[in-house]
Design a protein around this ligand. Structure first.
Ligand code: ADP
Length: 533
């Protein structure tokens, strides 16, 4: 049967409509695929809530975000409500009610915590929207998206903690500066603005309201004799040629002078241009004064020593003449009047002669003492050779007493040769002299090497020294025995002390009464010039 033209038109129309529907369906399905892909690739989960029937589709990515497979969490609102952090649930409801009450203009978005299946916390950013309303303005359908923001939250937490730590460190630095009276300053170079903390004002004796910020106000406080130098030091620091590390005087408003120590660092931009200078100041007046006093006292001491040496020299030199007269007159009287003098008188004249001789020795000792180190120059000394020479000089005494003298390997050292020879001679001579009658002296000279000095020792098997006199024996004219027991003037060890000190060293004794003594002395490897002592 043939169709009427109206039927044909209708059929065509239906065909076209089907075609259009098919295309719409295709477009919709493409959009759905696109949507799914976008959601998956952004690692976001989504949800679709049928509010009247209380059913909620939860996408697989939504579930996997919390460690669940699709089948493990049923598609219902209870599923997410069970795993959301209980503290965050009320906030979610509150936002939802506000969103609904405002008919969607109040945004539904939350940052909430969920529990992962493994118990850890997952931070989620959740954004949604009611997309269908009923005729009574009640929500019918709502959709939303979940994005995992745990790593962002962790980073934020980290930044927060670091900031807290930084703030604490700054506070600690501020407090320690305050308690140590260290002032902190910052100079904005482009605006020439100088910022001081409270301590800076205290250090400069200035009140905050009387100080204007340009750096010229600071320069004005610097002592005129120091300001030019400090200006150059600041310029050098700005031009990156030097660090700013300076000491200068400042003048307080009450005209008192104070010493300041200043350190500063330049902050630069990416191109290296100076932006600002930050630094610290502290007061070093007391330190400077102490050094000044030390220098003054050292100089006083040096002058006193020089004076004393001069006195000892002049006194001993001038004493020689009258002494010579006394002893020669005594000799003449003994010769000329031998007949007239009885035995008692002769004995007395003999006493005078002996006393004169002793006094002559003492004066010579004193003269030697005051001459020690004068015009001496440091030279390289072969100590083994020096010891040979000393033994040579003492050969008569060594032979007389049958002494046995040994020594370690001896080094080459820098020192004052004549004086060192005298030092060794005195110690070795004493070691042989202070012996019990009939004993055979054994003397050993040792040498030890230390980082900054040499340590020598002269050990004997003599009578030893009572520990009470270990210091006293180094003083001039101090003796522990009567002259008829052991000869001597009591000046040898004071020579030795002076010589050790010339070598920036010291001398001391370790001894056991009746068993022997060891005299030690040190010689510095860097001897200060004798002329400057
Ligand atoms: P002197 O040898 O002329 O008496 P010193 O200044 O050399 O003067 O010594 C001071 C004193 O130290 C000596 O009189 C002696 O009593 C004591 N003394 C020095 N060396 C020794 C030693 N090796 N053993 C014991 N006593 C010593």
């Amino acid at each position: 049967m043939m169709s009427t033209s109206a039927e044909i038109d209708l059929e065509l129309e239906v065909h076209e409509l089907r075609q259009a529907l098919k295309e719409k369906e295709m477009q919709l399905s493409n959009k759905e695929i696109l949507f799914e892909n976008i959601i998956e690739s952004t690692m976001a989960g989504y949800w679709d809530w049928d509010i009247p029937n209380n059913k909620e589709y939860l996408s697989p990515t939504f579930k996997s975000m919390f460690g669940y497979h699709d089948h493990e969490l049923p598609n219902s609102p209870e599923s997410w409500q069970k795993i959301i952090h209980p503290e965050d649930l009320p906030g979610v409801f509150d936002t939802f009610h506000k969103h609904v009450a405002s008919k969607g203009s109040y945004p539904y978005d939350n940052e909430v915590r969920y529990f992962h299946k493994d118990g850890s916390i997952v931070w989620v950013y959740c954004r949604g929207k009611v997309i269908e309303w009923d005729e009574n303005d009640q929500p019918v359908r709502m959709v939303g998206c979940h994005v995992n923001i745990t790593s962002i939250k962790r980073a934020q937490q980290h930044v927060k903690e670091s900031n807290n730590q930084l703030t604490e460190a700054v506070e600690r630095f501020r407090l320690s500066c305050q308690s140590a009276m260290i002032g902190v300053w910052e100079w904005d170079l482009s605006n020439n603005k100088l910022e001081w903390d409270d301590t800076m004002y205290n250090l400069y004796g200035i009140k905050r309201d009387t100080f204007s910020s340009p750096s010229a106000s600071w320069y004005a406080t610097v002592h005129p004799e120091d300001s030019e130098r400090v200006d150059v030091e600041v310029e050098l620091a700005i031009s990156a040629l030097n660090d700013f590390n300076s000491e200068f005087r400042i003048i307080w408003p009450d005209e008192s002078v104070h010493w300041i120590k200043a350190n500063g660092q330049i902050k630069r931009d990416a191109k290296g241009n100076p932006i600002s200078m930050v630094g610290i100041n502290w007061d070093i007046t007391a330190e400077k004064m102490a050094k000044e006093m030390d220098r003054f006292h050292m100089e006083q001491l040096r002058l006193k020593n020089e004076e004393l040496q001069q006195f000892a020299y002049i006194a001993s030199h001038d004493l020689q003449e009258p002494l010579r007269t006394i002893t020669s007159m005594n000799d003449i009287i003994v010769q000329l009047y031998a007949e007239q003098l009885d035995d008692e008188a002769k004995k007395m004249m003999n006493f005078v002669s002996e006393a004169g001789l002793r006094m002559k020795k003492l004066i010579h000792g004193l003269l030697d003492y005051s001459r020690l180190g004068r015009n001496a120059e440091v030279e390289l000394i072969d100590c083994a050779k020096l010891l040979d020479e000393v033994n040579q000089d003492l050969s008569a005494a060594i032979c007389d007493r049958g002494a046995l003298i040994t020594h370690d390997n001896m080094p080459m050292i820098d020192g004052y040769k004549v004086e060192l020879r005298l030092l060794l001679e005195n110690l070795i001579n004493n070691a042989m002299k202070f012996q019990n009658p009939g004993a055979i002296p054994t003397v050993h000279i040792s040498c030890e090497h230390f980082a900054s000095f040499w340590k020598f020792g002269v050990k004997d098997n003599g009578i030893g020294i009572d520990s009470r006199f270990k210091e006293k024996i180094f003083a001039i004219f101090q003796r522990l025995h009567a002259k008829n027991e052991y000869s001597g003037t009591g000046i040898g060890l004071s020579h030795c002390k002076k010589i050790a000190e010339m070598h920036d060293g010291r001398i001391w004794v370790e001894s056991e009464l009746g068993k022997g003594s060891t005299f030690y002395f040190t010689i510095s490897k860097t001897i200060a010039d004798a002329q400057n002592q």
